[in-house]
Design a protein around this ligand. Structure first.
Ligand SMILES: [Cu+2]
Length: 115
């Protein structure tokens, strides 16, 4: 009987132990090069689009640096999905090029060389 209690206790401790050790990080932050953004409208467009993605918590687009900083829950979304969401509204995101149809729908001032 004692050994059963000991092994149950051991299993319990092992379980609690591992779940703590492998507790998933709920937040991650990435900086994505969004070289093709031109102005404040681009900023709003990307921020709005990304905030609609599940798991995205904060988005900041820096127009001068041409960078998009995203804080997200890695259990719900990953960096690739975020970059694809940027591409889907017409902007280059790191090595993922903007979707042509989305890019062509952008106002001229938001296209490359528009400013
Ligand atoms: Cu723009």
């Amino acid at each position: 009987m004692k050994s059963i209690i000991f092994s149950l206790a051991f299993i319990f401790i092992a379980f609690v132990g591992t779940s703590n050790t492998f507790a998933p990080t709920k937040k991650a932050t990435i900086v994505i090069k969004t070289e093709s953004i031109q102005c404040g409208m681009c900023k709003e467009r990307i921020e709005e689009a990304l905030l609609q993605e599940k798991g995205v918590k904060y988005v900041t687009v820096d127009v001068d640096k041409k960078e998009t900083t995203v804080t997200f829950n890695p259990k719900k979304i990953d960096a690739d999905a975020i970059k694809k969401a940027i591409s889907a509204v017409g902007y280059d995101a790191d090595d993922i090029a903007a979707e042509t149809t989305a890019y062509e729908k952008l106002p001229t001032c938001c296209q490359k060389g528009g400013h």
